[in-house]
Ligand binder design. Sequence first.
Ligand code: ATP
Length: 234
Amino acid sequence: PTPPPLLQVRDLNAYYGQSHVLHGINLHVQPGEIVSLIGRNGAGKTTTLRSIMGALRSRTGSITFDGQDILRLPSNRVAARGLAWVPEERAIMSTLTVRENLELPPARPGGWTTERAYEAFPVLRERGHHPGSKLSGGEQQMLAIVRVLRSAPRLLLLDEPSEGLAPVIVQRIGDIIQELRADGLSVLLVEQNLKFATRLADRHYVFVDGQIVEEIPRAEAVARREDLLSYLSV
Ligand code: ATP
């Protein structure tokens, strides 16, 4: 029997002021699953992540995590339940060192230690005393991911983790995501990089104009590459 979903979003509608941006989104993430949200810029993927985290409050529908309603919780309490969000802009503190950035979130039992982060990405150890402002895009992305792992999340929301990164770094980040999943973490990721998304994700939801128009399992994604590309192109 299929276990109950870790995250379940039902009939989610979201608004920026008068502008109705998400129109009845339904999606779920099973424990240990990697799920991708794909679609062109402005289709509503980031808004979906922000709605789940409680960073966007103007919305209706139902969002449950581990069977409990999180729609009405503020972001900090959503995070305390075990969701972690790495926004596209990564939010590295430019005046703090790499190590200080790493040690910013509250440590929770089972969360990553500084040592574990340095083992995963040795370049962060080398840069440990450098200010955040001196990091390359790839280093910032690595730091942003390992930083949220300190609080031992159960579901990681990643917004375009591969954006602007060299192929070798994208590869490394993909490896880490797979290792995290092997440790039992679930991942919901927004991606424009189809190769990266199809390598990692068990399922894809395709967004068009604030709606999900298709759900594509891993087994179909490769064969339907052309269809997926057409959803991404402008
Ligand atoms: P991207 O990859 O560019 O982030 P996306 O699929 O994640 O694209 P969203 O960022 O969720 O799309 O944007 C969905 C819609 O909401 C777009 O029409 C966008 O212009 C609008 N939007 C996003 N942020 C705001 C905001 N702060 N205020 C008003 N409208 C916004």
